[in-house]
Design a binder for this molecule. Structure first.
Ligand code: CA
Length: 724
């Protein structure tokens, strides 16, 4: 064995120090399983959300119990004990493994998504050591170069600092003028304080009065020359996702064209397999067949989209996100055959141009779906490489492992997700990069207003690629909107040099959907800090442009997620009420609320693990649309128009308490909105901030206490001053 040299030793020490630091934030938690009398236990493992449900063996104790201590990050954890190689179905009541609770120390149980219940516990942070001096007690953090602290939106420069919760009494930003700062967000033991000032304030200082009355000064700071700035046109919109094959069929004459472009014509592995999918065209209300997701076509098209534009406008929609429109081998379109042609089953370029023009005339902007990670089998470069092997100029556009090869054979080349129909592009190849960037420029010149990038993390050299993509897009259209399909909360994509927004499933699903489900685990008290954490992590410019969604073509329908059953079920009033509540929360957040086509109609749709798959993508049966739910979505859109605070970038926490969640929107003062929600089936009460609060729907003003009906919500407007 080679001995470590000095540098390696130093690196190892550094890593150990970092690990020790990282672990310090964790909290020791002991889990104990006490088996019921008469049960012979051979093995117990701890499996939970904290270890991706892998097995952590628990140890048998002398007293017959099994236990294990682990270090966990603060937060809510879900888990089960895995006993004798079996899952207890219900951790809160299982006749075999323990009743009433399998783990007596669990704080409760929650749906495990498999028809059973997981146990949950809240891991609380350990109390901090008392601070050594005042500055440390304050926990002041600010860096003008970090977009989290300084960015620009709605014509103002937003300046924020972080401090320990409760440590700040007052704060001021001092430039040429003095601006009071206000407490914006609180979560996880910290607070963010904020002021919005005119752009380019010059050098500034931050003056803080701490809770003990001592004044502390920080700075001077110099704001960046070109702060990360939100596009002004995005945040006041209402979004809608259109999956064209299943939206509306305006031209039956083009339906059969789907068959000529389908993957079936290119996938030679399928040709050898009698059980392989064969594409076919269905009538609009035909039942879903085995290959419903991908090769059962329903005939929806651009002509149908144009026919429905007045409806979308009526609903207040002002931003469309289209699933792929270009020639491909499937109903979903993520296997591109031509990046530069409109799929003939949808229409042609002239019709797409008309669709964009008609949308723009109605004040609706449109973004397209861009798939740079992989192509379909029919793409010219792939076909050329298949035909000519190493003699093809496109050989290095892919990662081909053997030749001659059969298109569709996933072992012959790198793929997306192991699918032979999706050969992975070599995006490290400059030729591929140039081609893809030209595609982006082409469609932005053509008339799209931005794009959503599919599977962006798959790209090689991603930072360089997306920096270039941003530059290319903005060179053609200076206000092009760039959205990445990233599901997690991850600010690394949102520093101002790559994307404007992620697809915010991390807000829509992790917070709004959970809250709308109700129950103790997802109370307002637990969910409000989660929202605060989102807006505390991201730049205010990012909040202003957020693409906020709960469901899409990649998730079960929102109604299904909220207990409304699947495609063929009749939803309960409770489930529909929870959809209304979820929509009311999403429409009140900074950025654009985006719903999947037909969600406003009250359709369910599940994602079964056996065929037919993807029932959430079933065609929208417009004649069965639930008109009262449709009216609710329309009303929310009208409220966003009527109350400018709802489309401002500013989000402030007010109160999360039991079933109630309440947050403030807009700059403090007249016109700001208090958005209030109740996720329980009982009425709930909330003490309002001082002053009169007007409900624009009831034309009545509240003061003091407010009662919310079961699953109720209100947007209240501050009128006539009052304390801030
Ligand atoms: Ca058609």
């Amino acid at each position: 064995m080679a001995r470590m040299n000095a540098l390696t030793r130093r690196l190892v020490l550094l890593v150990v120090a970092l690990l020790a630091f990282a672990i310090a934030a964790k909290v020791p938690v002991t889990f104990t399983y006490d088996p019921p009398a008469g049960l012979e236990v051979r093995s117990v493992s701890l499996r939970g959300s904290f270890n991706n449900w892998a097995e952590l063996p628990m140890n048998k104790q002398d007293n017959g119990t099994w236990s294990l201590s682990v270090e966990l990050e603060p937060g809510v954890v879900q888990y089960k004990f895995f006993i004798n190689g079996q899952w207890p179905k219900n951790m809160c009541d299982d006749p075999t493994f323990g009743t009433p609770q399998v783990d007596a120390e669990a704080q409760g149980c929650v749906d495990d998504g498999q028809g059973g219940l997981n146990a949950f516990r809240e891991v609380r942070p350990q109390a901090d050591q008392p601070a050594e001096d005042e500055a440390e007690a304050l926990g002041f953090e600010h860096d003008p170069a970090a977009v989290r602290y300084v960015s620009q939106a709605a014509g103002k420069l937003s300046v924020r600092f972080e401090a320990r919760e409760g440590a700040v009494k007052e704060a001021y930003l001092e430039a040429a003028e003095r601006y009071p700062m206000h407490r914006q967000l609180a979560y996880g033991g910290i607070e963010l304080w904020r002021a919005a000032v005119p752009p380019s304030p010059g050098e500034y200082r931050i003056r803080v009065v701490d809770s003990g009355g001592q004044e502390q000064n920080f700075g001077p700071f110099r704001p960046p020359q070109q702060p990360f700035t939100a596009l002004d046109w995005v945040g006041n919109r209402v979004g809608y996702q259109v999956f064209l094959d299943r939206f509306w069929n305006g031209d039956p004459a083009n339906d059969e064209k789907a068959l000529a472009t389908d993957e079936y014509n290119f996938n030679q592995a399928w040709n050898k397999d009698p059980g392989a999918p064969k594409p076919f065209v269905s009538k609009w209300s035909d039942p879903p067949a085995g290959d419903h997701c991908c090769h059962q076509y329903y005939g929806g098209d651009l002509a149908g989209f144009i026919q429905k534009l007045p409806y979308l406008q009526e609903q207040g929609v002002s931003l469309i996100y289209f699933n792929p429109l270009f020639t491909s081998g499937s109903a979903h379109g993520y296997d591109t055959h031509s990046y530069l042609e409109v799929s003939p089953k949808f229409g042609d370029k002239a019709l797409l141009k008309k669709a964009l023009d008609e949308a723009h005339k109605r004040g609706i902007r449109v973004i397209f779906d861009f798939v740079p990670n992989h192509t379909g089998l029919g793409f010219f470069a792939f076909q050329d490489a298949v035909k000519r092997g190493r003699n093809s100029p496109y050989w290095n556009w892919y990662f081909i492992k053997k030749w001659p090869l059969m298109p569709g054979d996933a072992t012959a080349y790198d793929t997306y997700g192991g699918f032979g129909s999706l050969p992975k592009l070599n995006t490290a190849n400059p030729g591929v990069q140039r081609y893809l960037l030209e595609v982006v420029k082409y469609w932005l010149r053509f008339g799209f207003d931005g794009l959503r990038v599919d599977h962006p993390q798959g790209i090689l050299n991603r930072e360089a690629f997306y920096t270039e993509l941003r530059r290319a897009a903005r060179s053609v259209k200076p206000d092009a909107y760039l959205v990445a399909e990233i599901w997690e909360r991850d600010s690394s994509w949102l520093q101002g040099d790559q994307f404007d927004s992620l697809m915010n499933y991390a807000v829509g699903r992790e917070v709004v959907l959970r809250y709308a489900r109700g129950g103790a685990l997802f109370s307002g008290g637990r969910m409000l800090p989660e929202l605060a954490r989102v807006y505390g992590t991201y730049a205010e410019a990012v909040a202003a442009m957020s693409f906020n969604l709960i469901g899409s073509h990649d998730t079960v329908r929102v109604l299904t997620d909220l207990g409304g059953g699947g495609l063929r079920d009749t939803p309960s009033a409770d489930a529909l009420g929870r959809v209304r509540l979820a929509a009311a929360v999403l429409y009140a957040l900074p950025g654009v609320p985006v719903f999947f086509q037909g969600d406003e109609c009250g359709f369910g749709g599940e994602m079964p693990s056996s065929p037919p798959y993807d029932l959430h993508r079933y065609p929208v049966q417009w004649d069965r649309c639930k008109l009262d739910l449709q009216a609710h979505f329309k009303q929310l859109a009208l409220l966003r128009k009527e109350l400018p605070a709802l489309t401002s970038p500013v989000f402030r926490t007010f109160k999360g308490d039991g079933p109630v969640m309440a947050f403030l929107r807009g700059e403090p003062g007249d016109g700001e909105v208090l958005a209030v929600f109740n996720n329980s089936n009982e009425p709930a009460r909330l003490e309002l901030p001082p002053g009169p609060w007007r409900d624009p729907l009831e034309a009545r003003t509240y003061r003091g206490e407010l009662e919310l009906p079961p699953l109720g919500w209100r947007y209240l407007v501050r009128t006539g001053g009052g304390e801030r």
